[in-house]
Ligand binder design. Structure first.
Ligand code: CMP
Length: 138
């Protein structure tokens, strides 16, 4: 079990000015920010990041949305990070997310769901390495 996960604040949330409140909820939830950047993905980069979903019907929509505006990418640290972070953000579909979770508080739909959280320790490393060099991931 690793103590790190990877997150993005997605374009819907940055565009609505929720970035500060979302990061605040992550920090209050016990996660320490180990690396962070404000950036914007090209459609090619978004397609590469989400290549695992290439065959899904929503892939095109996902790539278009994730490249539609700025994002905040971050590596977070806490004991049991991946599972605890998924609890903090809530279900992928905000309509099914528990009260008080980040997606319940800030997301509007299954596509525009405010934040990303890695689904495994292995993917946390792959995703963190997509955005941050070895020097930035100390
Ligand atoms: P995320 O956890 O970042 O990883 C994959 C993303 O695909 C997911 O969040 C959702 O935003 C998106 N997604 C999943 N299911 C659907 C869907 N049915 N329609 C549109 N987007 C989806």
């Amino acid at each position: 079990m690793s103590n790190r996960t990877f997150t993005m604040v997605k374009p819907d949330a940055t565009g609505k000015g929720y970035t500060g409140a979302i990061l605040d909820q992550m920090i209050k939830g016990g996660f320490a920010i180990k690396a962070m950047k404000w950036t914007r993905l090209t459609p090619e980069q978004a397609g590469e990041f989400y290549a695992i979903h290439k065959e899904r019907p929503f892939y095109g929509e996902l790539v278009e949305f994730m490249s539609s505006g700025p994002i905040v990418a971050a590596i977070l640290e806490k004991e049991n990070a991946v599972a605890d972070f998924r609890k903090l953000i809530g279900a992928t579909n905000p309509a099914q997310a528990e009260e008080g979770t980040i997606r319940k508080n800030f997301a509007s739909s299954v596509g525009e769901n405010a934040v990303h959280g890695s689904d495994s320790d292995e993917n946390a490393i792959i995703e963190g390495s997509f955005f941050f060099s070895g020097l930035e991931r100390f």
